[in-house]
Design a protein around this ligand. Structure first.
Ligand code: IFM
Length: 482
């Protein structure tokens, strides 16, 4: 333990008068396969849609790709050691489908499985509980060639993959998440065109919503039958806190549309086996929803155990009357397409105050509000499966990264979670996004979310001040006073 203070140091510094978290609260960090692994052509792995997209000129900032990324495929031991030094007790990572089942169908690829198996063993050996996400956006390219998530078949193949992976990791992994942020897969991938596969069709995005949900429901069923009864099953969503810019009925309606496409289009089918009427109505201009078949919603609403919540910022929404410049400050970049089908009368208004390097406002009250809403509506235990911030870090003369703003961001959001727990909301853990600086999708390596800096030339890892701050919180199981 060279860089990070010891448990004893931390306890001494700990938090007299601070905010204590419940016993057994899960303290983790999160990553995703394509963002950190690299080794895209090793061990039998075949290309995913993100390999194709990132290698297409003009799609990713400066032509960056995940070919090497943080080289985690070769450095997973070092990264697990870092986590142990930080003191985190859980690690959420995603599995590359095309690494474990090249081309997406067929038998398991032993080399691919071995990588994740070794990773899991390494973590367990260090007292870190592995949490698996099955799908964090890197669909095998062959499925995209056959329609991707617009094709019903992809949902069934996803369930096969879930079942196969459960068979090899299920003896050691107890928390499984099916999809990560399916909103991004559907709307950024098929409507806005800023994520793989880069399509710009509202109709495709809505078909993708349905098939992602169907894939989730089928995967929950196959995981349930393949895993021990103690396994915890989840889906991770990125719900919006969509605030109307004013109390005017038009702004309220605009915010409700965003709420419909980012929240209720997922929540209603998952928890109540139906799609929201208003969403079906205002999207009728782009789709007839004929891909929803009898029985699908029963599958989609198959019960799961815990809800994964990814939260970064709230948005402010206003009516757009069709004249003048339409503000698009929804924080997802300028796609060639329309991110929000059926919402040409909606615009996004920037919030005043602090922003991260993504241009996202810093406002932890949104997380507090969201947790309250979800808990009151569904009563499902929750994990914060992602939360964190990108800033333009600088390496100081002392070789360190004094990222005060990131630590402050984490502090404020943990305080919001603590407040929610104190009010009776069942939040069981927190996974900071991200352990490492990594490939931030269309932004390439220009945005750094890590609490550990990665020098992408040398692959050297350096714990940032935010990492030291998080380590103190984790070890004390409490948040120091601000
Ligand atoms: O990097 C992403 C992650 O892959 C999904 N959630 C949001 C993060 C920050 O943009």
């Amino acid at each position: 333990m060279t860089q990070i203070e010891t448990r004893q140091d931390a306890e001494e510094r700990s938090t007299v008068g601070g905010l204590a978290f419940p016993d057994r609260f899960v303290w983790g960090t999160a990553t995703a396969s394509y963002q950190i692994e690299g080794a895209v052509a090793e061990g039998g792995r075949t290309p995913s849609i993100w390999d194709t997209f990132s290698h297409t000129p003009g799609k990713v900032f400066q032509g960056d790709t995940g070919d090497i990324a943080a080289d985690h495929y070769h450095r997973y031991r070092e990264d697990a050691e870092l986590m142990e030094e930080l003191g985190v007790n859980s690690y959420r990572f995603s599995v590359s489908w095309s690494r474990v089942i090249p081309t997406g169908v067929g038998p398991l690829n032993r080399e691919g499985v071995d990588f994740y198996s070794r990773l899991v063993d390494e973590l367990l050996g260090r007292g870190i509980t592995p949490t698996v996400t099955l799908y964090h956006w890197d669909l095998p390219q062959e499925f995209q060639d056959a329609g991707g998530w617009t094709s019903r078949d992809t949902a069934y193949r996803f369930a096969d993959y879930a079942s196969a992976l459960a068979g090899v990791l299920g003896d050691r992994v107890s928390l499984w998440t099916t999809l990560n942020e399916p909103w991004c897969s559907a709307f950024l991938g098929y409507a806005a065109g800023v994520h793989a596969p880069g399509h710009t069709s509202g109709a495709e995005a809505l078909a993708a919503v349905h098939h992602l949900l169907l894939g989730h429901g089928l995967a929950i069923q196959s995981l349930r039958s393949a895993l021990p009864t103690s396994a915890q099953l989840a889906i991770t969503l990125n719900p919006a806190v969509a605030r109307p810019a004013t109390d005017s009925p038009q702004d309220v309606k605009a915010a409700s549309k965003v709420d419909g496409l980012q929240n209720r289009i997922w929540w209603d089918p998952l928890f109540n086996a139906r799609y929201p009427d208003d969403v079906r109505e205002f999207t009728a201009e782009v789709t007839d929803w004929s891909y929803v078949r009898d029985g699908d919603l029963d599958i989609i609403s198959t019960p799961f155990d815990v809800l994964g919540v990814n939260y970064y910022n709230p948005v402010v929404v206003a009516h757009y009357a069709g004249t003048g410049e339409r503000s698009q400050a929804d924080g997802h970049g300028d796609g060639a397409g329309e991110t929000w089908p059926g919402c040409s009368d909606v615009q996004f208004v920037d919030l005043p105050g602090r922003h991260t390097a993504m241009g996202w406002p810093v406002d932890a009250s949104g997380l507090r509000e969201l947790l309250d809403r979800l808990w009151r509506a569904y009563g499902k235990p929750m994990f914060i499966t992602e939360n964190g911030a990108a800033y333009d870090d600088e390496v100081s003369a002392d070789g360190q990264i004094h990222d005060v703003e990131r630590a402050q961001y984490v502090h404020e959001h943990l305080a919001a979670i603590h407040d929610a727990i104190s009010a009776g909301v069942d939040v069981r853990g927190y996974y900071l996004w991200s352990l490492l600086d990594n490939f931030e999708w269309a932004y390439g390596y220009s945005k750094r979310f890590g609490i550990v800096r990665v020098d992408f030339d040398s692959q050297k890892r350096t714990v940032k001040d935010s990492g030291r701050f998080y380590s103190r919180v984790v070890r004390a199981n409490a948040l120091p006073e601000a």
